[in-house]
Write a new protein. Structure first.
Length: 460
C-alpha cells in the first residue's frame, strides 16, 4: 500500500492531497457523511485537484489492484470503504461554466447542488436540481435526478448531454450523442456503475419558464393537525389536478419542532405561475385552517435553503425513495399511523419524516429519450427519512422503513414496483431499472466496460 501511495504522490499536482492521518480535522471533515450508518475508515483519502490528478489516481489504483470509491457530497451510504481501500474525494475539483451559445452548463467533479444553483442565477437560468444544498451534482444526475422542476423539464438524467469519465482501465473517455453514445445512455441513470465521471454537461432553462415575469418559483408551506388529514388531502389534490399550472410538492408527516412532541402534517408545495395565481390556487389549503402558513417566492439560487437542517452530517439516517403509481389518500393515513408507531417506540427518531412527493401529471412537456433511468413517467414518490441517534435501534428502524415501503406498495403488482436508483442498491434490479430489455442492455454494457467490477459489482 505504501508503494502505491508514493507512486501516486509522485504523479499528483502540488494542489492535490493524500490524507492518511485519521486524527486530523481534514481527514475527519472529508470522511463526514450525511449518515453515520456503516461509515468505514479507508487506508487513505486522495483529494485530486485537477482532472489529470483524477485520471492518475484511478490509473494507479487499477494498476495496484486497490479498490476505491469516488465521493462527492457524501449523501449516499456508498462513498466510504474499508482499511485496505481508498476514497477519491472530489471536493478539490469543482466548477460550473455556462456556455453562452448553447446555454448548456458544464459541471466539474465534486460540485454541490447549491454551487450549481448559485452559478446559474446571474444568468437567470436553472437546471434540474435535488432538494439538498450539499448533495453532489454529478451523482444526482447520473443516478436519476428527481427534481421539483421535473413537471417542467423532466428528470436530471434526461438533461444530461455529455460527460467525461475515467473508465475501468483508467482511460479518460468523452461521452456524448456522437462519441461513445452507448455510455451516454448508461450514464443517464446508472452512471455510478460505469466510471468516475469528472464532468457533465447539462441543459439549463430560462427563469421565464417558471411561469412568471420574475422567474420565481412560488412556494407555499402549511402546517396542519393530523385530524385534518381528509380536508388537507382534498385541498392538495385540487392543486395537483389543476390543469392550468404545473406543481410539485411534498405532503409530509413529521413531528412539530422544537419539542418534537406533536405529529403534524406539513405541506410544502410550489406552483409555476404568478404570485396572484398561486394565492388563488393555495386558497383551499388556507380554507382548511392551517396552524401556520407562509408563501415564499424563491429563485433557484435559494432552492433548498429551507432544508439545510436535513442535510446536516452525522447521526444515523436512512433515506428511501420508491415510485408510486398514483396519489392515494390511504397512503397518507398509513404513513401517519406508521410514523406515530416509529416515534412512540423509538423517541430518538422524532426528527423522522415520511412523505409523499408529487410532480403534477400531464404537464410534462419533455419526456426524455429512452435512457438507463426507467422512471421518467413516475409522478409520485414515497420518501422515507428516518433520523435517529441510538445504535440499538438499527434493526427496528430498518424494519419500520421496510414496513412503510410495503404498506404503500400494497395493491400494486410487483412488476410495477419502483425503487429509486439513487437511494437503493439492495432492491431487485427489476424494481430499479424497468423492463427486461433495459436490464439486459445495462448488463451487457457493464460486462463490456467494467467486467471486473472496478465501479461496484452492480449489474455483473
Ligand atoms: C438530504 C437528501 C436529499 C436528497 N434529495 C434528493 C432529491 O431531491 N432528488 C434526488 O434525485 N435525490 C436526492 N437525494 C439522493 C441523492 O441524489 C443521492 O444520494 C446522490 O447519490 C448523493 O450524491 P452525493 O454526491 O451527495 O453522495 P456520495 O455518497 O458522495 O456519492 C454517491 C454515489 O456516487 C458515487 N460517486 C460520487 N461521485 C462520483 C463521480 N464523480 N462519478 C461516479 N460516481 C460518483 C459514490 O461513490 C457513491 O456511490 C437526496 C439525498 C439526501 C440524503
Amino acid at each position: 500500500m505504501e508503494a502505491f501511495i508514493s507512486s501516486l504522490t509522485a504523479r499528483l499536482s502540488p494542489a492535490s492531497k493524500v490524507l492518511q492521518d485519521t486524527t486530523t480535522s481534514e481527514f475527519k471533515t472529508s470522511l463526514a457523511r450525511w449518515s453515520d450508518i456503516d461509515v468505514r475508515v479507508p487506508y487513505a483519502i486522495v483529494q485530486p485537484a485537477g482532472e489529470q490528478d483524477i485520471v492518475s489516481t484511478v490509473q494507479e489504483a487499477v494498476k495496484a489492484g486497490i479498490p476505491f470509491v469516488p465521493a462527492s457530497g457524501g449523501h449516499s451510504p456508498w462513498s466510504t470503504v474499508g482499511q485496505e481501500d481508498i476514497v477519491i474525494d472530489l471536493s478539490r475539483y469543482k466548477g460550473v461554466s455556462l456556455h453562452p451559445e448553447t446555454n448548456e452548463a458544464t459541471v466539474k467533479g465534486g460540485t454541490l447542488m447549491k454551487e450549481l444553483e448559485v452559478a446559474l442565477h446571474p444568468y437567470k437560468r436553472f437546471a434540474a436540481v435535488g432538494n439538498g444544498n450539499t448533495v453532489g451534482v454529478i451523482p444526482y444526475y447520473i443516478g436519476g435526478g428527481i427534481s421539483i422542476y421535473t413537471p417542467l423539464i423532466s428528470y436530471g438524467s434526461g438533461n444530461l448531454i455529455a460527460a467525461r469519465l475515467v473508465n475501468a482501465k483508467g482511460e479518460l473517455v468523452h461521452v456524448s450523442e456522437t462519441e461513445n453514445s452507448e455510455l451516454l445512455w448508461a450514464l443517464r441513470g446508472a452512471g455510478q456503475f460505469f466510471g468516475l465521471v469528472t464532468e457533465i454537461t447539462i441543459k439549463t432553462y430560462p427563469y421565464s419558464l417558471l411561469g412568471n415575469e420574475e422567474g420565481q418559483r412560488i412556494c407555499g408551506t402549511y402546517v396542519f393537525l393530523p385530524q385534518q388529514i381528509d380536508e388537507v388531502y382534498a385541498a392538495v389534490e385540487k392543486v395537483i389536478q389543476n390543469d392550468q399550472y404545473a406543481s410539485a410538492g411534498h405532503f409530509m408527516v413529521m413531528q412539530a419542532p422544537p419539542e418534537l412532541k406533536q405529529q403534524v402534517l406539513f405541506v410544502a408545495l410550489q406552483v409555476f405561475c404568478s404570485s396572484d395565481e398561486a394565492v388563488k390556487l393555495f386558497q383551499p389549503l388556507v380554507d382548511v385552517g392551517p396552524l401556520q402558513q407562509a408563501i415564499m417566492p424563491s429563485t433557484s439560487d435559494k432552492h433548498s435553503d429551507q432544508l439545510d437542517w436535513v442535510c446536516a452530517k452525522g447521526d444515523f439516517k436512512r433515506f428511501t425513495q420508491n415510485g408510486l403509481p398514483d396519489w392515494n389518500r390511504d397512503n397518507i393515513k398509513t404513513l401517519a399511523r406508521l410514523h406515530a408507531e416509529l416515534v412512540d417506540n423509538c423517541p430518538d427518531a422524532a426528527r423522522s419524516a415520511y412523505n409523499l412527493e408529487w410532480h403534477s401529471p400531464r404537464k410534462l412537456q419533455r419526456r426524455p429519450a429512452e435512457t438507463a433511468f426507467g422512471h421518467a413517467s413516475v409522478d409520485y414518490w414515497l420518501n422515507v427519512l428516518i433520523w435517529y441517534t441510538d445504535a440499538k435501534n438499527h434493526g427496528y428502524v430498518d424494519a419500520m422503513d421496510k414496513k412503510a415501503q410495503a404498506a404503500t406498495r400494497a395493491g400494486t403488482n410487483e412488476a410495477d414496483f419502483v425503487s429509486y436508483t439513487n437511494t437503493s442498491r439492495d432492491d431487485p434490479l427489476e424494481y430499479r431499472y424497468k423492463g427486461t430489455e433495459r436490464i439486459a442492455k445495462l448488463k451487457a454494457l457493464k460486462a463490456k466496460h467494467d467486467p471486473t467490477g472496478v465501479f461496484t459489482k452492480q449489474l455483473l
